[in-house]
Design a protein around this ligand. Sequence first.
Ligand code: C2E
Ligand code: MG
Ligand code: MG
Ligand code: MG
Length: 281
Amino acid sequence: RVKEQGKNNFQFYTSEMNEMISKKMKLEIGLRKALERNEFKVVYQPQVDVCTGKVIGAEALIRWHHPEMGNISPAEFIPIAEETGLILPIGDWVLYEACHQSKQWHKEGCPPLRIAVNISSRQFQQHHFIGTVTKILKKTGVAPSHLEFELTESIIQDSKHAISTMQQLKDMGISLSIDDFGTGYSSLSYLKTFPIDTLKIDQSFIRNIFTDPKDASLVSTIINMAHNLDLKVIAEGVETLEQLNFLKQRRCNEAQGYFFSRPISAEEMRGIFQNQSITME
Ligand code: C2E
Ligand code: MG
Ligand code: MG
Ligand code: MG
């Protein structure tokens, strides 16, 4: 009887695993074809100055529509793209697309605004990353001062290479921010040696500021620390007016989240850039 149960458990476990593996394989096969099949697009989420309420820029976020599986979240496919190396062509594509779009908005009469692009560690660590960025800037004609790269703490592992690459990007005029700040496992000492402009407080801290006093303390502390280090702070995942007011009181510089807008199409974003306003639902 014990033996039987053990066997059943084992079978249940493997069939569940098989399902996971086959979904992952499906995604991987799909990812290999997605670029040439034009299945990706980029959406944009406004970033707002907390003091003035003005939109000062937008974060570019990739979207993937798989022909059979439908919309797949980047949280699901980006890790696979990173594992397989497919993030390199995909990341280059997003960067080109965001720069091209930024130039387009400018041509359409929008004031020049900052576009933030997520750069995966693997992309950042390529030897020709600086070369790729230079080429894309030249081809699209975007001013580097209107570009921000969102990096995660994981790039800090290879610190010597990271500092030199970051410095080259800074010298070109590109701003750098640390995304999901506070969720990595790196020590804080990198904050004094890395040429960073902005800390982006992870949405997991913002979510619970009124339910968990510890999260409220962490958010306040990150804002103060950033200011003491002469860094800007942006909060992500702001969903309510109460959260925004909390951040305002503590002098957080910028905010982004569903309270202002969900990620939207380039056309919708153009409307916001032109009118400098967001219609609250
Ligand atoms: P991230 O860079 O931290 O982006 C923020 C995520 O939070 C986005 O999810 C955004 O849609 C979502 N978000 C924004 N405001 C709110 C809010 O008020 N509440 C909640 N609950 N969520 C909000 P998304 O677009 O699904 O992207 C997930 C992650 O996938 C990103 O996290 C980023 O790490 C990665 N990613 C997305 N696009 C790219 C890309 O082009 N390249 C790379 N390397 N990674 C990307
Ligand atoms: Mg980001
Ligand atoms: Mg983030
Ligand atoms: Mg995040």
